[in-house]
Design a protein around this ligand. Structure first.
Ligand SMILES: Cc1cc2nc3c(=O)[nH]c(=O)nc-3n(C[C@H](O)[C@H](O)[C@H](O)COP(=O)(O)O)c2cc1C
Length: 336
């Protein structure tokens, strides 16, 4: 059971914030299929404070995904504090601070994981944000800037002292990017060092790996990113395994229904033009491993509208069923 202050999140299955991916339709699907908590993409604190339309649009939410965690990034304590207040007033149930993003542009601005290099600034920034909002406050960190500066334990303690309510650790340092393996032993070390909840993140690809992370680290919740893209059933499967029930894998009609539901939500959220373009890559993720998926990918990349995409999805699944099904594309992911 993951509890962040007064909010309870069942098994603590969290959809990771992913810029360009975890928009409202993706979050709604994850929630519908078993995620206990979903997070927005990272949102610029400057954009929020300046009232930039594109930034404010990113906070567009729906009751069905509540309680939503909104992640903000930035480097100026007062701006971050104001942004946290704005996000809270706009309905965020949790404010999450990004201290893990390793993208060069973000690092150059002193935001994201660059903050890990300045512990005094972390203390100041968290104190300002804590004063500005009464919402539960969480921080997502990497293990440090590089192998010689793994300061996640110090940062975790600073956060706890500042009144942060929970921490998420992606145990790779900044220089690692996404290379190598996430070092789960660091999640265990953080869990032992602080008394606030710790959410473990990194390389969960199946119900089995989620179970293993909890068993090996004692973390209070697990956050899943890349493996949930195109496989939102992963949340349901993890829940089934945690509850000691057999895994129910999606069949072809489940996959088709979710693709169509995703497309509908996208069209409602962004209108047909943007949805038509933006959904291309999302739809390709769902058919990974299904026979004929490369043909599907080629055709869908040329679609302009949701109506055309619906037609292609329908034809593709008709063809798959004419050819005798196609097995369960997510079985390998779930069982490895
Ligand atoms: C495309 C992409 C975008 C991401 N965007 C964010 C972000 O906005 N904020 C953040 O804290 N982490 C971001 N991350 C990192 C993920 O939240 C997560 O920590 C990382 O992917 C490791 O988890 P995984 O192995 O389950 O994918 C992003 C990762 C990816 C692949």
């Amino acid at each position: 059971m993951l509890t962040i202050r007064h909010l309870q999140f069942g098994y603590g299955l969290v959809l990771a914030p992913m810029a360009g991916f975890t928009d409202l339709p993706v979050r709604l699907l994850a929630k519908k299929l078993g995620a206990d908590l979903v997070c927005s993409e990272m949102v610029s604190s400057h954009g929020l404070v300046q009232g930039a339309h594109r930034t404010l649009d990113m906070l567009h939410s729906d009751q069905a995904e509540w309680p939503l965690s909104v992640q903000i990034f930035g480097s100026i304590p007062q701006v971050m504090a104001q942004a946290a207040e704005i996000a809270g007033n706009m309905g965020a149930a949790i404010i999450d601070i990004n201290m893990g993003c390793p993208v060069k542009k973000i690092l150059r601005s002193g935001s994201g994981a660059a903050l890990l290099a300045d512990q005094n600034k972390i203390a100041l920034l968290l104190a300002e944000v804590r004063k500005a909002t009464d919402r539960p406050l969480t921080v997502k960190i990497r293990s440090g800037i590089d192998a010689a500066h793994l300061n996640f334990l110090d940062v975790g303690k600073i956060a706890e002292d500042a009144g942060v309510d929970a921490l998420t650790l992606h145990p790779r340092h900044v220089r690692q990017g996404f290379g190598g393996l996430a070092d789960w032993s660091l999640i265990k070390a953080l869990k032992q060092a602080v008394s606030i909840p710790v959410i473990g993140n990194g390389d969960i690809i199946s119900a089995e790996t989620a179970m293993r992370m909890v068993a090996e680290t004692g973390c209070d919740g697990v956050m899943i990113g890349r493996a949930a893209l195109g496989n939102p059933w992963l949340f349901r499967n993890i829940k089934e395994v945690f509850a000691g029930r057999p895994i129910t894998s999606p069949d072809m009609s489940d996959i088709k229904d979710v693709m169509l539901a995703h497309l509908n939500w996208a069209e409602q959220a962004w209108g047909p033009k943007t949805a038509g373009l933006k959904m291309r890559s999302f739809l390709c993720n769902y058919v990974r491993g299904i026979p004929g998926s490369s043909g599907f990918r080629k055709t869908i990349q040329k679609t302009e509208t949701p109506a055309a995409a619906r037609d292609i999805i329908q034809k593709y699944f008709d063809q798959v069923s004419d050819n005798g099904g196609g097995g369960n594309p997510h079985q390998n992911v779930i069982d490895t």
